[in-house]
Design a protein around this ligand. Structure first.
Ligand SMILES: Cc1cc2nc3c(=O)[nH]c(=O)nc-3n(C[C@H](O)[C@H](O)[C@H](O)COP(=O)(O)OP(=O)(O)OC[C@H]3O[C@@H](n4cnc5c(N)ncnc54)[C@H](O)[C@@H]3O)c2cc1C
Length: 410
């Protein structure tokens, strides 16, 4: 385990500056328009891909060969400082890639992860499909079924997925489905659905409060057939896992069963999601601070009224506290014993901080904060999702409560 240091190295500082410049020059000027249009911002993502800010290499750059674990949160915070909707359009494929990396064999990783991104000339997308209309937080209740057709060595998928980032417009859909409903979460497996597979279609496209440049849709799976090789981890591993889970069901408390595939993916991505929220919070805080030094009321800049100055002091403190939790979780995931609660704590705190800070920023801008001419109302709308996706506030609390008590808090 290396020493803890929050001093960013030269590579990290250079990466941060490079992303910051792209945000200032390309993302920020376009953010309001894509929020209004509520469409996937293809031209921006393509431009990001051309300079190397979208794709496999970018993900490898921020995830691998980094002993500190901090490169990912630093890069992510900067991108989402630019805009969260566009940021998610750029980073959203990473969830599918993480699902493949977390559950696939090395061969499957080599085959499918690059296809989640494509190339700068032909940008592709990935989607990670877990949630369903009747199962969001309660991932163990998924109804989407995967049935094995032994004669053809194919899996047949049926069901509907809800609120899927890049759903229906992605090239690669990673679908979590149940193969044995009796085993609930332990009876699930992840499948890659290759591009243009018949039976997969986009259901309704949602109109959202925030992150409106990120595409969110239902994904309908109607007798979708995928080759046996699309089962992530392979059939032998699944059979072993199911046998263990059945034994555990028959011998409660005596035999340990395996991990849920979706939960393994979420565990790995929580600090990065927290960093997204911090990017939004920092954008709003910086804007409000600048505004407060310029806006005059009662003969002085409003920051000189203690009510506003103290609000900004609290905003800065909360952002730093949230960032430290995110960096700790990211560092631990690379260096130490990551018990999961640290990831949940970081995401919980960062989501709440983003919602609170952006709301305070509106307050500081007064009437200007409430109108679309200024970006602060958009940042507040964007921030709210961080209390909801990748585990709601209450689900993070549940994970933390279980970790600190060692008991099954329900
Ligand atoms: C914009 C957006 C993008 C998304 N992208 C994806 C994606 O790419 N892939 C994907 O699979 N999913 C995605 N989701 C789905 C998201 O992960 C779920 O919406 C989220 O997990 C919550 O599930 P739910 O909406 O069914 O709420 P529910 O689980 O029904 O929760 C409703 C309320 O009850 C609370 N609650 C539930 N269970 C408990 C409990 N045990 N104790 C205390 N309180 C509880 C929740 O905290 C919440 O407040 C996305 C959602 C949105 C809105």
């Amino acid at each position: 385990m290396g020493d803890v240091s929050f001093q960013l190295n030269e590579d990290q500082l250079a990466l941060q500056k490079w992303i910051h410049d792209f945000c200032e020059n390309v993302i920020r000027p376009a953010a309001g328009e894509w929020d209004e249009r509520e469409e996937f911002p293809w031209p921006i993502v393509e431009e990001a891909a051309k300079i190397g800010l979208y794709g496999m290499d970018f993900m490898a750059q921020i995830m691998m060969g980094d002993e500190t674990g901090l490169t990912m949160p630093v890069a992510t915070e900067e991108l989402f400082w630019g805009d969260a909707g566009i940021g998610l359009a750029i980073m959203g494929s990473g969830l599918a890639a993480a699902g493949i990396l977390g559950n696939g064999t090395p061969e499957q990783v080599m085959e499918w992860v690059p296809q989640c991104y494509g190339t700068p000339d032909k940008v592709q997308l990935g989607a990670f499909c877990v949630s369903e209309p009747d199962a969001g937080s309660d991932v163990s209740s998924l109804r989407t079924k995967a049935v094995y057709d032994e004669a053809k060595d194919e899996w047949v998928l049926n069901g509907t997925k809800a609120w899927i980032t890049n759903g229906g417009i992605a090239d690669i859909h990673v679908v979590v489905a149940t193969v044995d409903p009796e085993l609930r979460g332990r009876g699930q497996a992840s499948f890659v659905v290759p591009p243009n597979t018949p039976g997969l279609s986009m259901g309704q496209k949602y109109s959202k409060l925030g992150i409106r440049a990120s595409h969110t849709s239902e994904v309908v799976l109607d007798d979708v057939r995928v080759p046996g090789s699309c089962l992530l981890g392979g059939k032998d591993k699944l059979d072993e896992k199911l046998a263990r889970a059945r034994e555990a069901l028959a011998n409660p408390g005596k035999v340990r069963s395996g991990k849920q595939p979706a939960m393994a993916t979420f565990e790995a991505t929580r600090p990065a999601v927290g960093a997204q929220a911090i990017g939004i919070a920092r954008a709003a805080y910086e804007y409000a601070l600048q505004y407060a030094t310029e806006r005059v009321a009662f003969g002085k800049p409003i920051v000189m009224h203690q009510g506003i100055g103290f609000m900004l002091a609290d905003m800065a403190t909360e952002i730093d506290a949230a960032r430290l939790l995110v960096w700790r979780a990211a560092w631990l995931s690379r260096n130490g014993t990551y018990k999961n609660a640290e990831g949940s704590m970081s995401k919980l705190k960062a989501g709440r901080t983003a919602v609170w800070v952006t709301e305070r920023a509106i307050q500081i801008l007064g009437g200007y904060g409430y109108v679309k001419e200024y970006p602060v109302e958009r940042w507040h709308r964007d921030a709210k999702i961080y209390d909801i996706f990748e585990g709601t506030e209450q689900i993070q609390q549940l994970v933390i409560a279980r970790a600190i008590s060692g008991m099954r808090v329900e």
